[in-house]
Design a protein around this ligand. Structure first.
Ligand code: AMP
Length: 171
């Protein structure tokens, strides 16, 4: 885990599928010296390793479902430690209450604030269908499922941070 006494800054970035999380993070990072970690990118990287866990992750992502929190939190911790940095912008996380609880149990660094990239569903859908990143979850059926997950699982986390006064909305 992290050396104690060192102040670690964490900012979460949450937004629906296609809201532009990755694009916004790239801009912020180049200005403020943060390390950008994308939960989705870490998982896609893990899929490339030809392991049983990789195959399990691939199938869940293809179905638009969330990967077990323990897995994503371990990947985040590993990437944070490997970076050597003390400032992190973590995008696509937490996506549900289970993510948040696993993070609080394992990484335990209270986020400074949480950025919510607010975007209409029509705009998000349009962007996903027009981007060509070769992602096999960028198809109509999986997109529908990813929107459902956002509504059902991510909105409660957003409300949690709103109650704590930690939410910052960006349009
Ligand atoms: P993204 O690249 O943010 O659009 O995420 C793509 C997919 O990766 C999601 O639809 C989920 O299947 C999975 N995923 C990304 N972030 C998480 C997370 N924090 N917890 C669980 N699964 C995730």
């Amino acid at each position: 885990s992290f050396p104690s006494g060192k102040k670690i800054t964490v900012v979460f970035v949450i937004g629906g599928p296609g809201s532009g999380k990755g694009t916004q993070c790239a801009k912020i990072v180049s200005h403020f010296g943060f390390t950008h970690l994308s939960a989705g990118d870490l998982l896609r990287e893990e899929v490339k390793s030809d392991t049983e866990q990789g195959t399990m992750i691939k199938n869940l992502m293809h179905e638009g479902k969330l990967v077990p929190s323990e897995i994503i939190v371990r990947l985040l911790l590993k990437a944070m430690l490997a970076s050597g940095n003390d400032k992190f912008l973590i995008d696509g996380f937490p996506r549900n209450e289970e993510n948040r609880e696993a993070y609080e149990k394992i990484i335990k660094i209270e986020p400074e604030f949480v950025l919510l990239i607010d975007c209409s569903r029509e705009e998000m859908e349009r962007r996903i269908l027009h981007r060509n990143q070769g992602r096999d979850d960028d198809n109509m059926e999986t997109i529908r499922r990813r929107f459902e997950v956002f509504q059902q699982s991510t909105l409660p986390v957003i409300q949690h941070y709103e109650k704590m006064g930690k939410l910052r909305r960006v349009l």
